[in-house]
Design a binder for this molecule. Structure first.
Ligand code: GLP
Length: 247
């Protein structure tokens, strides 16, 4: 199987957002019921807003676009503003102008069947056409922390210390950050037909470099992207600074 990696580097976040959003919008123009995978985190926020802007400018009907979020904390109510239900509704659904009824988010209530049901729902939708991804400083994808299996499916996981401290900025105290989550597995994510990885800022440079140029290892989940057939990296100059191929 041949793999293709496309690395796009931009001077400004606005340019990055425009180019990444255009790939999604082109997909929706080609298929009004496209399935888009949605990531949380700060990195894709500008992309969602720009996606919404381009869609409005084109008068694009997005009422049939389907969405699947990557992950959710365990134990936060969907009405909690820090839950990924709230974040996805605010950043992705409102930002991109999606039909909330067609956007699914993993159930973080701890219900035993939740993971399996989520997998089934993605399968029944025909899989994800284009998946937006952020990147943890430790190379995590969704909440697949270092050591996650390349073939993992949606499941409940424990969060790494670095993730808890990185995400503490959204909580009053670090002790308030949930220590577990439900996340699509790496095997689930890699079934998406196209992956758009968004990384901005110097804090991501080491993970970006290792993911693109380093060894393919479960110790750095993002390095497993090297085995996917169709990955587009959208980077700003700071996030791309460690790359030999670009610098
Ligand atoms: C969280 C999410 C990830 C996301 C990461 C990076 O941990 N579970 O899916 O990629 O944050 O977030 P940011 O883009 O804010 O750096």
């Amino acid at each position: 199987m041949s793999t293709t990696v496309h690395i796009h580097v931009f001077t400004t976040e606005a340019e990055l957002a425009q180019a990444a959003a255009k790939r999604i919008v082109d997909r929706v123009r080609a298929d009004a019921s496209a399935v888009v995978g949605l990531a949380t985190g700060s990195s894709p926020v500008a992309v969602y807003a720009e996606w919404g802007r381009q869609a409005r400018e084109l008068g694009l009907d997005q009422s049939g676009v389907r969405g699947f979020a990557l992950d959710e904390y365990l134990g936060l109510d969907p009405s909690d503003p820090r839950s990924y239900h709230a974040v996805i509704r605010r950043d992705a659904v409102a930002g991109a102008g999606l039909n909330a009824e067609l956007v699914r988010i993993p159930d973080g209530s701890g219900r035993p069947d939740a993971a399996e049901e989520y997998e089934r729902t993605i399968m029944e939708a025909g899989g994800v056409d284009v998946q937006v991804l952020g990147l943890g400083r430790n190379g995590h994808l969704g909440f697949n922390e270092p050591g996650s299996s390349a073939t993992s499916r949606t499941r409940v996981v424990s969060l790494a210390e670095t993730t808890i401290s990185d995400n503490a900025r959204f909580f009053e105290r670090q002790e308030d950050v949930p220590t577990a989550a439900i996340t699509q597995g790496l095997g689930t994510i890699f079934e998406a037909r196209e992956l758009l990885v968004i990384a901005v800022g110097p804090a991501k440079a080491a993970a970006v470099q290792a993911a693109i140029e380093g060894e393919v290892t479960e110790a750095l989940p993002a390095s497993l992207l090297q085995t996917h057939q169709n990955v587009h990296w959208f980077l700003d100059e700071a996030a791309a600074a460690g790359l030999a191929a670009v610098g």
